[in-house]
Design a binder for this molecule. Structure first.
Ligand code: AQP
Length: 337
């Protein structure tokens, strides 16, 4: 017999750090998937400013970037009425749950995190406890909303695995309190590489020539792609191990145009790297220019952006408190009168 019970939508959580200008790596690995999933899930997309201060930030710039990232979310197509778009520091539950989860996470687990090791090497003068604890805060972000699915790039896989371990460990002690989340990775582009060092991930905190920012002006985009490192054999072929630069440009074209990589390669058959770079430039500009125009429109109305962040922080806080109260009770914190 058919029933009319509506299917309960699953929950998605993800976030991006306002630690620089968002790159096409952030767009392809995360943001683009956020927009694809917004109709089928209850989505919570956070600007993770608490994560960003694990490396030194200029306070005025960080404040501005929080608004800029929220505007980028909306400009990329996320509907702020449908999705919960807010700043992490506006919902105190993230920090509160992180503290509890710290007590269920081992030093050995955190020491193995590759992002921690990379960041220690890059910020040797500031290896702070927050950098070490970053994955626990990320686990708290996700588990606070009982998220089923987490759209992320490949670099965050290890952190998500740790989140799952912490959730399972907690559940094995206290019963099934946390939903154990799954990762969601796009078919192509879950690891976009640096334009100058294509064996390394593209990062927003790298030197400017290594990445394309979503908000880069057109002439900078043209210049950066023109100067992207390729190789000397001249053949357009997808082979990330032996031809990382060319393969990276092919991945960017495929991810942004929605074409299969094979079909991109066959379209460019017999042509040189000039044609590959021209095609890449065309696809990147087609994607980014409309986003930039919408972003400029949103940034001109800061009052509207602020109201979106305020309203959505309240919605997020309501959900967060529900989980937090449950967890506090489980671990034995005193009841409130
Ligand atoms: N190069 C990339 N390719 C695919 N996905 C990527 N992501 C980041 N870089 C790439 C995905 O974007 C989301 C948000 O990332 P984040 O800002 O929270 O942290 P991150 O992974 O440390 O990103 P960056 O750009 O490298 O930041 P910095 O330089 O500040 O450390 C994540 O889902 C990530 O996988």
């Amino acid at each position: 017999m058919e029933t009319n019970t509506p299917e309960v939508k699953k929950t998605i959580f993800s976030g991006i750090q306002p630690s620089g200008s968002l790159t096409i790596g952030n767009y392809i690995g995360a943001l683009r998937n956020f927009t694809l999933l917004q109709d089928d899930y209850n989505c919570i997309y956070c600007v993770v400013d608490m994560h960003a201060i694990t490396v030194r930030q200029d306070p005025a710039q960080l404040r501005r970037r929080c608004l800029e990232v929220a505007a980028t979310y909306i400009a990329c197509g996320l509907d702020p009425k449908k999705n919960i778009i807010y700043c992490q520091s506006h919902v105190s539950g993230h920090a509160e749950l992180a503290w509890i989860l710290n007590c269920f996470t081992y030093m050995g687990e955190l020491s193995r995190m590759t992002q921690y090791k990379d960041k220690c090497a890059r910020h040797a003068d500031n290896i702070n406890a927050g950098l070490f604890d970053y994955p626990v805060l990320m686990a708290a972000d996700i588990l606070l909303y009982q998220a089923d699915l987490v759209p992320i790039g490949a670099d965050q896989k290890q952190h998500l695995e740790l989140t799952r371990n912490i959730a399972q460990r907690f559940n094995s002690i206290y019963g099934d309190v946390f939903t154990v989340p799954e990762g969601y990775f796009g078919k192509v582009g879950s690891r976009i590489m640096s334009l100058q060092e294509p064996t390394r991930k593209m990062s927003k905190s790298d030197p400017d020539e290594c990445y394309i920012a979503i908000l880069d002006p057109e002439d900078a985009i043209r210049r950066k792609i023109k100067r992207a490192v390729t190789d000397s054999d001249g053949e357009i072929r997808y082979d990330p191990e032996n031809k990382p630069g060319v393969s990276n440009l092919l991945s960017i074209i495929a991810a942004m145009s929605g074409q299969e990589i094979d079909s991109v390669v066959s379209d460019l058959q017999g042509q040189g790297y000039g044609a590959l770079k021209n095609r890449c430039t065309e696809v990147v500009l087609d994607t980014l220019l409309p986003i930039q125009a919408e972003h400029a429109r949103l940034m001109a109305d800061k009052g509207y952006l602020q109201s979106i962040l305020d309203e959505n922080a309240q919605r997020a806080n309501h959900l967060a408190q529900k989980t937090l109260r449950k967890i506090q009770k489980k671990v034995g914190f005193a009841a409130r009168g």
